[in-house]
Design a protein around this ligand. Structure first.
Ligand code: H79
Length: 444
């Protein structure tokens, strides 16, 4: 009898092991297909929101930190937990946030389900340290946002921190008298939370962070990657699920790493890359809301960045840090609005395009190409004498050259290897302009 039950148990185990697919061996063609929407979408909105919005970068009269404030000011857990009782964002309106993203031209959203502080923005069954049990707000933020995204045709993604300052088993500092058991945290907390998130909110992207802690290994990252893809095969997962990124530059420093894309943080790759990558950046200096931080990048800089990223073949994930009242700060909304207006005119040159090997000419011109390769776009933010001189990439002989947003084709001439395009007297937008032409055969 004992033997028989052992045999059955063995059989069940091998069947379930057998049913687990190894997604680390995914063929390139399958990966490319899975990544297609993400590459085509190019522009996403990152949202850092949690209890840290309450102190908003100030503790005991001292400024500093934002989403890292617990660490920056060494706030004891019992003290930090009290912010939960004050988290009551009455102005939170998921539809409004999604409308802001949409009118900015962002095609996907990535929001912090849990940042390093360990607080969960959804109704999690494995903890009371979440929006339903610990705050007076008692509304499931991820549920409202995921539904608003679905209704608006915006893809929904989640940022999730591996590092957790609140879980005693994950943080040696948390309770000095308790010996942390990281594997227990991983198996009984982290993984069940991620399974909950996939089941309840159907995210398209999982964006990990806080992977640099000593307890986490590439091996565990690979296991987690397979576990998650088996739960939802179409998931797109960043490279911070493992240990492969080389510092803030974000690209993998070794082959066969877990994860689908590189994650440069607060910087853009120096050149075009054929690997999948996404540059994440803040609009001011901080990710979470910080009341002292007024260092807003201009719309010009944000649009230049988006163009630069697209020309180098990447994605741009631009962050907002909403307030404890539930609002995206007005300076962010304004700039996102400018980006949206610009994209309305120039979207063809950004979405569903690829970067070129020759992705630039000087500082002021960037090139992209339609996915089918037939159309080349030259995007420029400065031109002298009402003309643009193209040397690095040129139109095919006989091609018409248009400016996006202008109906009539532009006059152009070619002499001594230079193409000179006469620009229209009236420009269709601010910040930067796009010339559209048929690709010449040497535009790689
Ligand atoms: O969520 C936002 C920030 O809170 C988080 N990432 C973005 C998306 C972030 N965490 N830390 N940092 C940013 C900066 C930390 C850098 C370091 Fe390191 C961690 C220095 C040493 C350990 C980076 C990771 C460089 C080496 C490992």
């Amino acid at each position: 009898m004992k033997k028989l039950s052992l045999l059955i148990a063995g059989l069940v185990m091998s069947v379930s092991v057998f049913a687990q697919k190894n997604y680390l061996k995914e063929p390139a063609a399958a990966k490319n297909k899975r990544m297609q929407w993400w590459t085509d979408d190019t522009f996403g909105m990152f949202i850092h929101w949690g209890l840290y919005a309450v102190p908003a970068g100030e503790y005991n009269g001292k400024s500093g930190g934002a989403e890292w404030i617990m660490e920056t000011h060494n706030i004891p857990t019992a003290e930090y937990e009290k912010y939960a009782a004050q988290f009551d964002p009455e102005k939170f309106d998921a539809k409004k946030w999604v409308a802001i993203a949409k009118s900015a031209g962002a095609k996907y959203i990535v929001i912090t389900s849990k940042h390093h502080d360990g607080f969960s923005l959804w109704d999690s069954k494995v903890t009371k340290y979440d929006i339903m049990d610990a705050t007076p707000f008692k509304r499931d933020i991820l549920k409202e946002l995921s539904e608003a995204c679905k209704a608006a045709g915006i893809k929904f993604g989640l940022y999730h921190s591996i590092m957790d300052w609140h879980q005693p088993n994950a943080n040696p500092k948390q309770k000095p008298d308790v010996k942390p058991d990281f594997n227990k945290y991983r198996d009984e907390y982290l993984k069940p939370q991620l399974a909950e998130l996939i089941k309840k909110y159907d995210p398209t992207i999982l964006w990990f962070d806080g992977e640099w802690i000593g307890e986490w290994t590439e091996e565990q990252g690979k296991d987690l990657y397979n576990y998650l893809r088996n739960l939802k095969p179409s998931l797109i997962i960043n490279n911070r699920i493992g240990k492969a990124r080389g510092g803030m530059e974000g690209m993998n420093k070794y082959q066969d790493a877990a994860g689908d894309f590189g994650t440069p943080e607060q910087e853009i790759l120096k050149t075009n890359s054929q690997d999948y990558w996404e540059s994440c950046m803040t609009i001011n200096n901080n990710w979470g809301f910080a009341k002292y931080d007024h260092n807003w990048k201009s719309a010009q800089v944000l649009i230049d960045n988006l163009v630069d990223v697209a020309a180098k073949g990447g994605n741009y994930l631009l962050n907002v840090g909403p307030t404890a009242e539930g609002e995206i700060p007005a300076p962010s909304v304004e700039r996102l609005g400018e980006m949206g207006k610009w994209l309305d005119v120039n979207k063809q040159a950004i979405y569903a395009t690829k970067g070129l090997e020759t992705y630039k000419q000087g500082d002021n011109i960037r090139f992209t190409k339609s996915n089918d390769g037939k159309t080349t776009y030259a995007i420029f933010n400065k031109a002298d004498n009402n003309e643009l001189v193209l040397t690095a990439v040129q139109p095919k002989d006989g091609s018409k050259v248009y400016m996006l947003g202008v109906n009539k084709p532009l006059e152009w001439t070619k002499s001594n290897g230079s193409v000179v395009v006469k620009l229209p007297a009236e420009l269709p937008c601010k910040y930067a302009w796009t010339l559209k032409m048929q690709s010449s055969s040497d535009a790689k």
